[in-house]
Design a binder for this molecule. Structure first.
Ligand SMILES: *Cc1c(COP(=O)(O)O)cnc(C)c1O
Length: 344
């Protein structure tokens, strides 16, 4: 009796271990994503920034993820996830909650594939993003004051109507899709030694980290977030996912929790991120102004955190090329007006 109990127990441990290995992502997931999304996602340009290269004393490149149709990289993850659903799931439709860019990505991909998409968003989401969602034919559900509250509504819809919830970051297919950015950077600048990645829930950093460190573990991956409500930063310090109040920030696309039951990105960011920088609101504004002034390019606050890391001299001066992921450009015109008035 005792022996059989023990054997059952040991068997359980071995099985758990095997399952956790199976759940682990590998570079294979990113190559699969690349093949799956190729027919609907365009490869994005990578340009050298001569001004930033001069300042940094080494070649600096901008990976222009703002040039996707919806103005942000999140179409990659959304496309990889939605294309992997069964025909039955596609017929029932998809749902999502997000501060805007992920919602737009899901709506965009769903419309392209003839699938119905419901987007749950909080009252805090800027008007420009709500208007863009409506233009993409998404059904909008406005609920609560934070991304977490909007999320609860989405889980209800999943139960009531059998919609498939497309997670904004904590899903292997979403992470795999974002990781295709890493492959493209490696192809365009094989001598890259530093990659700077805006960080919120960590889908973007997990995917890029897995892609580039599978190629060369010495490539440094730096995550950048705003000073206020940097949830991943605080979670890493605490050694487990924590919750924080959301506050006003220019980097609104970086708001939102990482999920107290985070399954993938917390561990992946822990493993793949070499440094985590926090950027002040003033430096985010100055970096948005810098991009308008020097590159004639409008980028959103979340994306400007990466530029700020260089402008504030926080990336160690080493050999090799730096790539900054310009993650998006979706920002209200009224804010751009203020930035030009006060910072250009
Ligand atoms: C979502 C988003 C990020 C952060 O991505 P995570 O996968 O949540 O870390 C950065 N920049 C922009 C523009 C975004 O929309």
């Amino acid at each position: 009796m005792r022996v059989s109990t023990l054997l059952l127990y040991l068997g359980g441990i071995v099985l758990n271990h095997l399952q956790s290995i199976e759940k682990e992502m590998s570079i294979r997931h990113i190559w699969e994503a690349r093949k799956r999304i190729a027919r609907i996602i365009n490869r994005t340009p990578l340009i050298q920034s001569f001004v930033l290269s001069e300042l940094a004393g080494r070649p600096v490149y901008l990976k222009l993820e703002n040039t996707h149709d919806i103005g942000a990289f999140k179409v990659r993850g959304a496309a990889n996830k939605i294309l992997s659903l069964s025909d039955e799931e596609k017929k029932r439709g998809v749902a999502t909650f997000s501060t805007g860019n992920h919602g737009m990505a899901v709506a965009y991909v769903a419309r392209m594939l003839g699938i119905e998409a419901v987007v749950c968003i909080s009252h805090r989401v800027p008007k420009a993003k709500v208007d863009s969602l409506k233009r993409l034919n998404a059904k909008i559900e406005i609920y609560g004051e934070s991304q977490d509250e909007a999320g609860k509504r989405c889980y209800e819809l999943e139960k009531e109507k059998g919609l498939t919830l497309i997670e904004p970051f904590d899903d292997p297919y979403v992470i795999g899709g974002q990781g295709t950015i890493g492959l493209e950077i490696l192809e365009d600048i094989p001598d890259v030694t530093d990659i700077i990645v805006p960080l919120s829930g960590g889908g973007l950093l997990s995917g890029i980290g897995l892609a580039v460190k599978s190629n060369d573990p010495r490539i440094r991956v730096t995550g950048v977030s705003m000073e206020k409500s940097a949830v991943m930063h605080e979670s890493l310090k605490a050694g487990k996912p924590v919750k924080l109040e959301e506050s006003e920030t220019l980097a609104d696309s970086l708001l939102g929790g990482i999920g107290l039951d985070n399954k993938h990105t917390f561990r992946m960011v822990q493993r793949y991120m070499d440094a985590n920088l926090l950027i002040s609101e003033k430096d985010i504004a100055l970096s948005m102004a810098f991009m308008m002034d020097k590159h004639r390019m409008i980028i959103e606050g979340a994306a400007a955190t990466g530029v700020a890391a260089l402008l504030t001299n926080q990336i160690p001066r080493q050999e090799g090329a730096v790539a900054v992921v310009i993650s998006g450009q979706n920002v209200d015109l009224s804010l751009i007006y203020k930035i030009i008035q006060n910072y250009v």
